[in-house]
Write a protein that binds this ligand. Structure first.
Ligand SMILES: Nc1ncnc2c1ncn2[C@@H]1O[C@H](COP(=O)(O)OP(=O)(O)OP(=O)(O)O)[C@@H](O)[C@H]1O
Length: 325
């Protein structure tokens, strides 16, 4: 499918405070037609606030949202019908079947009769649940429900779908299945997607990411370009006394070592060359294990903000020099 770079959705200087607390500070972001863009950040970064501003559940203190260059007002149904929304808590009616949920979704947007029927069946097929459509959704697994949420958000054929933490709580298999259906729908319907996430694996699936930290945009780029900002490899060392090991790595070997969630982490150019040196420098009693891997988006986030993605607290090493670039 061809993707155009012209922005379908534009966020301009979006700012929202809750009393003295700034939840979002001057967010600028353009989302092109056909793109899957992820807002990535830990708890409290401002993702849900952004989502609520877009969904029309909150109004901004300043800034605006444009859809195809036109300001998106909270109460303009003509524009709002171009949006499909998946809330974090979900909006399915448990007492209804999947088909009934989809029909209700269609009716809310004025889609009835044969056209509604056709669209409901098409959506059930696209999410691979056409055989289960008459079952009550209360009996369904979390993964099946999330796929149905997706179908329900898209039943009126919106141009863009907003999803707040769409795969929260899903296991690996359901996560994969949700994303393969989302991609298929994007290709089949020319859909544009803006989602929030604090999962590094989900962020990897997006075409482009906007990294948020404490209400501010700290980077926007493709996942690959962001990952490339962390040069080389990530070495993770397990030790009984991680803090003292990190200090020694810094002093003796001049490495940029930090403690992340109880393990020592080092970012190095040539990880495999360093492993034997480490094993030699530190006797077996001090070093329980050494592992080497390529950087993930969680490492990128740590480098950009000094914070662990998915955690509420700063890393256990506040004294380290700031790595904000
Ligand atoms: N209704 C509200 N009243 C007061 N403070 C709020 C409100 N909503 C959000 N905040 C604050 O604004 C900041 C941003 O919150 P937001 O919910 O947007 O973060 P988030 O990135 O979505 O986090 P999470 O992943 O936990 O949902 C936080 O400090 C939060 O406490």
């Amino acid at each position: 499918m061809m993707r155009s770079a012209a922005p379908l959705l534009q966020l301009e200087g979006l700012t929202r405070r809750f009393k003295a607390r700034v939840a979002l500070e001057g967010l600028n972001l353009a989302v092109g037609a056909g793109e899957i863009v992820g807002l990535l950040g830990p708890n409290g970064a401002g993702k849900s606030t952004t989502f609520q501003l877009l969904a029309g559940l909150l109004s901004p203190d300043s800034g605006r949202v444009l859809f195809e260059g036109r300001p998106l007002s909270l109460h303009d149904p003509a524009l709002r019908r171009h949006l499909g929304i998946i809330f974090q808590r979900g909006s399915l009616d448990d007492l209804m079947s999947a088909r009934e949920n989809l029909r209700l979704g269609a009716r809310l947007y004025g889609l009835t009769g044969a056209r509604a029927h056709e669209r409901v069946e098409q959506m059930l097929r696209l999410i691979g649940l056409e055989d289960r459509g008459d079952e009550r959704v209360s009996t369904w697994s979390g993964g099946m429900r999330r796929r149905l949420e997706l179908a329900r958000a898209l039943v009126h054929q919106p141009r863009i779908v907003l999803m707040d933490e769409p795969t929260q709580g899903l296991d690996e298999a359901s996560f994969r299945s949700f994303w393969s259906h989302l991609r298929a729908l994007r290709d089949a319907e020319g859909l544009t997607v803006l989602l929030t996430t604090h999962r590094a694996d989900e962020a990897e699936m997006c075409d482009r990411l906007a990294v948020l930290d404490a209400g501010r945009l700290v980077a926007t780029d493709t996942p690959a370009a962001l990952a490339a900002r962390v040069g080389g490899d990530i070495l993770t060392l397990e030790a009984r006394e991680p803090e003292s090991l990190a200090a020694e790595l810094r002093q003796r070997l001049g490495l940029e070592a930090r403690v992340v969630e109880g393990r020592v982490q080092v970012e190095v150019e040539q990880g495999h060359a360093l492993v034997p040196r480490l094993v030699e420098a530190f006797p077996a009693g001090r070093l329980a294990s050494v592992s080497l891997r390529r950087p993930t988006l969680a490492d990128v986030f740590l480098q950009l903000t000094g914070r662990v993605l998915g955690a509420d607290q700063p890393t256990a090493e506040p004294a380290r020099r700031s790595r904000r670039r």
